[in-house]
Design a protein around this ligand. Structure first.
Ligand SMILES: [Zn+2]
Length: 77
């Protein structure tokens, strides 16, 4: 099941939305990643739930969109 389009429209990157309401728009990639258009942090969607944690976004920030795994790995512990 893909993420709900309405949810996607209201979600913003938690880092960038602090700067401006217009910042932090997200792009859905591979149905399981939300990529911030402003800072390029990448948030995984696990079990259809977007994990909008800055730590998660930071973890994938340097990873190219093309290099993101098709299934988000479990969080590091
Ligand atoms: Zn951002």
């Amino acid at each position: 099941m893909a993420i709900d389009q309405k949810l996607l429209e209201i979600l913003r990157c938690p880092v960038c939305v602090r700067e401006s309401d217009d910042a932090g728009l997200l792009t859905l990639v591979k149905d399981v990643w939300l990529v911030c258009q402003t800072c390029e942090r990448k948030y995984p969607i696990r079990d259809d739930i977007p994990v909008m944690l800055v730590e998660e976004g930071d973890r994938w920030r340097a990873t190219a969109v093309d290099a993101l795994p098709d299934t988000p790995p479990e969080p590091a512990v």
